[in-house]
Design a binder for this molecule. Structure first.
Ligand code: HXC
Length: 258
């Protein structure tokens, strides 16, 4: 049903693969529309507990589609950015954790897609950067905001002003990715992390994601209050009784489905 992405679900894990390898998986309007569609499908599916996003071929995503953007005036550019932001924000706001399995180039909109995900695992062949100023534009799918929140203002400014492209080990050193593995281990590692998440209480994981995200953009007292409210809700769940009983009875918990 999709032309530019692949989507499948296996054992509570959703897999989105950006599938335009001939264009380094560049995000054009059609890819963004398909991503928006698949995200709605994921949010309607109560079985999915984590999502892995990756790219087909040599790139994760080499950015927004330059051939398309070249033709765009400010009005069309704004439409593209609005859709791009909608996709990235949906990933950010969805209660299910997203893991970017970065197999190759994550440039521009590709780095922004990876940053919208909760966790980034990189192949040792992956490369990261925000090369937009070399094209006469700036990051437009959230990069000016998410990069500084992830790696601090200094590294964000360095990467965005210089358009430098950094290797996976550098990305790990500045906190842009959580782990770097050999290319043939990438999906196994992403699946291991997704599996760990999927084995935990789904309502608690969702509460953790929402509380971390909402609290990060608020002051610490407001964040603390959000935590108290979310934790109070967790105390009212069947999973809280089950998780604690399972610990005390030395057995695996049997979570309520979402
Ligand atoms: C459109 C792209 C593309 C892109 C690669 N291609 N990136 N097409 N948009 N972002 C196409 C190339 O034109 C080429 O098509 C084919 O993919 C293979 O790419 P090559 O350049 O031949 O491969 P290689 O020499 O290995 O270099 C790979 C690369 C390079 C380093 C990833 O392609 C590159 O620098 N790409 C652009 C990266 C970039 O600037 N990204 C930021 C975009 S701006 P043909 O037809 O020649 O075979 C952005 C802004 C987001 O993302 C917000 C905007 C609103």
């Amino acid at each position: 049903m999709y032309k530019n992405i692949k989507f499948e679900i296996r054992e509570h894990i959703g897999y989105i693969t950006i599938n335009r390898p001939e264009a380094m998986n560049a995000l054009n309007m059609d890819v963004l529309k398909e991503l928006k569609h698949v995200l709605k499908k994921i949010s309607d599916d109560s079985e999915i507990r984590a999502v892995i996003v990756t790219g087909e071929g040599r790139a994760f995503v080499a950015g927004a589609d330059i051939k398309q953007m070249k033709r765009y005036n400010p009005v069309r550019g704004r439409q593209m950015m609005t859709l791009g932001h909608e996709v990235m924000d949906t990933i950010d706001e969805m209660p299910i954790p997203f893991i970017a399995a970065v197999n190759g180039y994550a440039l521009g909109g590709g780095c922004e897609l990876a940053m919208a995900c909760d966790i980034r695992i990189a192949s040792s062949k992956a490369k990261f950067g925000q090369p937009e100023v070399g094209l006469g534009i700036i990051p437009g799918f959230g990069g000016t905001q998410r990069l500084s929140r992830l790696v601090g203002k200094g590294w964000a400014k360095y990467l965005i002003y210089t358009a430098d492209v950094v290797k996976a080990d550098k990305a790990e050193a500045i906190g842009l990715v959580q782990a770097v593995v050999e290319p043939d281990q990438l999906m196994a590692e992403a699946e291991r992390v997704a599996g760990m998440i999927a084995s935990k209480a789904p309502i608690a994981v969702a509460a953790a994601k929402t509380t971390i995200n909402d609290g990060y953009d608020a002051d610490i007292r407001t964040g603390g209050r959000l935590e108290i409210e979310a934790e109070t809700s967790c105390f009212g769940t069947r999973d809280k009784g089950e998780g604690m009983a399972a610990f005390l009875q030395k057995r695996q918990p049997n979570w309520e489905n979402k």
